[in-house]
Each structure stands twice: as C-alpha cells, then as structure tokens.
Design a protein around this ligand. Structure first.
Ligand SMILES: Cc1cc2nc3c(=O)[nH]c(=O)nc-3n(C[C@H](O)[C@H](O)[C@H](O)COP(=O)(O)O)c2cc1C
Length: 201
C-alpha cells in the first residue's frame, strides 16, 4: 500500500536473479480490494506499475516469494482475498510440491513480523506447498547496534510510526539473501527431480 513491500520485493528479485542465469522471475501484485475513496483517506500513493496476479500464474511457477505488509500481526485482507481465491486450483492439487517463502513490513520492531509468516504457513500446508524459511545464514541477526527487520521466517523492514524510515542497507541485503537462497533451493529440487525421473526411465 505504501510501497515498502514493493521496494523489498525488488531486492528479493535481485537475489533470485543472482542465483542462476536460467532462473525466470516475474513480479506481480494482488488486486486491491479497497475503494479509491478509502485509499485516499489512508493517504495511499498510486500502486506500483506491476501486473495483477491471477491464480493460474501460481500454477505456472515452481515457487513463490510472497510479500505483504503486516495488518494486526498477520496478512492484509487484500492478500487473504487472493489466497482465498485459490480454491479451484487447490481442488486440482495444482500447487502441490511447489515452494514458497514470505517477507513483510511492520511499523514497529515488535509489530508481528514473525506472526505474519507463522499465520500464513497454513495456506502452504493445505496446498501441499513447501515452506522455505530465510534460515540462519545472516550473521548480524543478533546485532543490537541498529534496527534490522526480518528474521528466520523471512526478510522484513521496520518503517517507524510515520513510515519515514527508509529500508536499510542491511534489510535490503537480507532480502537479496532470501531471494538467492530460495531460488537455489527450488532449482536444486527441480534438477534433483529431473535426475530421479531419468533414473526411473
Ligand atoms: C489496519 C492496519 C493494521 C496494521 N497493523 C500493524 C501491526 O500489527 N503491526 C505493525 O507493526 N504495523 C501495522 N500496520 C502498519 C503496516 O504494517 C505498515 O503500514 C506497512 O508495513 C507498510 O508497508 P507498505 O509500505 O508496503 O504498505 C498496520 C497498518 C494498518 C493500515
């Protein structure tokens, strides 16, 4: 809504692209569910110029990195509306064995970055999607000398009460790390599955 998650997504995308020259990454946003009148009252700027995702796009991909700002410690209604629209592809098992990870944005350090990921894993479980955490490869997660969003559950940014705090260099680095690690894991799985299929033939 206020573009922090979009900026984080651009960094995640860079990380995915850095994983392997053959990785194909596409950026989408979910459809807005609020009226322009409400968006104006919330002082929301125009949404980025990114295509709106449809559920068939999920079925085409090997993996997804979902980014969403926190709303009361969980995903926004807009994103829930999109995930709730995946019933038809769920019935076909179209997302079974695919991969997903999360990244988010909060106002405060304790605004629910981890609960946002934690409460969204249920969608993955029901679809049979493998959750890929960010993991523990970031050495400065324990550094208390500066505010750093994100954690084992996924990248994140902490934007402050007035949303004026820009995404920090370390938060950007965490986002790129997540994208690269995610793509490496998905690529390893795909290549491994191809080898196993060839061995069976
Ligand atoms: C209805 C509502 C609920 C929110 N709940 C939380 C919250 O639980 N914790 C928090 O830190 N920030 C909360 N926020 C602030 C948003 O997380 C913040 O606007 C968002 O991270 C900005 O990301 P964006 O620029 O990508 O929209 C809330 C904002 C709204 C409008």
């Amino acid at each position: 809504m206020y573009s922090h998650v979009y900026q984080l997504a651009l960094e995640v995308k860079k990380g995915v692209e850095a994983a392997h020259p053959k990785v194909d990454v596409e950026l989408y946003q979910v459809a807005e569910t609020l009226s322009q009148e409400i968006l104006d009252k919330m002082h929301a700027p125009a949404h980025p110029d990114v295509p709106i995702i449809t559920t068939d796009k999920l079925a085409e991909a090997d993996g997804f990195l979902f980014g969403f700002p926190t709303r009361f410690g969980t995903i926004p209604a807009q994103f829930k509306a999109f995930l709730d629209s995946t019933g038809q592809i769920w019935m076909k098992g179209a997302l079974d064995k695919k991969f997903a990870g999360f990244f988010t944005s909060t106002v405060t350090q304790h605004g629910g970055q981890e609960t946002t990921g934690f409460t969204t894993v249920t969608y993955l479980a029901h679809h049979g999607i493998n959750f890929v955490p960010l993991g523990s490869g970031i050495s400065y997660f324990g550094d208390t000398s500066e505010v750093i969003g994100g954690g084992y559950w996924g990248a994140g940014t902490i934007i402050g009460n007035d949303a004026s705090r820009p995404i920090s260099e370390r938060e950007k680095e965490v986002a790129r790390f997540q994208g690269k690690r995610f793509a490496e894991i998905v690529a390893t799985y795909i290549r491994g599955a191809q080898v196993i299929e060839a061995e069976k033939a």
